[in-house]
Write a protein that binds this ligand. Sequence first.
Ligand code: R5P
Length: 303
Amino acid sequence: MTKPLLFELKNAPQLVRGLFREQSIELGWFERRRFPDGESYVRLLTPVAGREVMILCTLDRPDDATLPLLFLAAALREQGARCVGLVAPYLAYLRQDRAFHPGEAVTSVTYARLLSSAFDWLVTVDPHLHRYAELGAVYSIPTAMASATGPIADWIRKEIPDAVVIGPDAESAQWIDRVAARAGVPSLVFEKDRRGDRNVVILPNGIDAFPGRTPVLVDDIVSSAGTMIECVRLLKAAGSKAPVCVAVHAIFAGDAHAALVGAGAARIVTANTVSHPSNAIDVGDELATAIAAILGGESSHGN
Ligand code: R5P
């Protein structure tokens, strides 16, 4: 049987090794460059007619990545690919899931519509599902999700055996419980009130409940790092050991990483869904399993 072709547009390097370890995938080649005026040029070098194809493109800084992604997907379809899937270890534009103020664009819906029209299926890792119960609420193509909770729990069990796992807000409860149970350590979930892009107020419920344990903050995304910084500040003020910060997606806008170090985080580690020096937790196997499931026809179907 012909192997699926993978075109690597934007990636965290370790991930591809994981994918190739687990599956029979062949690498597809293409040329990409910019014209002097900044427009994108894309040219396929591997024939794709009749082939099952996927593009690997993590979607941090999505505004720069999306147009080349759509051009590549269109070229694959136009040149006869049997189906074109998207492997986006980090999936952007899920946070604006409603109009919080009159006149706001609900970008999660528009972005999902755009990707759903360009691809036949989508695989991602721990998408930021808050008010959406599942990706199918906005994506109309089959989707499959991998999760970093297992690898994060295994990392915590090995590296911080005296941890108390802490989620910064109610949304994080969904993965905090799983991480703590698998790591065999206790957990807490704080409450968060977001007052602006970089302004959050945290209610540190139960902050004194596990004296002597090392606080390990676990969140899905670190973007401005405002959430983690406020948690670190509260934990230090309460006399805790220096907290360890763990996140799935290392977005780290601007100087966010330096600011979190400056706030007093003992260590900062992330999964390798977005390439960053803090990457220490490999989700390649989980992603490979999700891709195998969708290629084998096991997926959630959108509306
Ligand atoms: C919240 O809704 C997410 O789970 C993260 O807590 C949030 O995206 C982190 O953003 P920031 O680093 O900008 O506080």
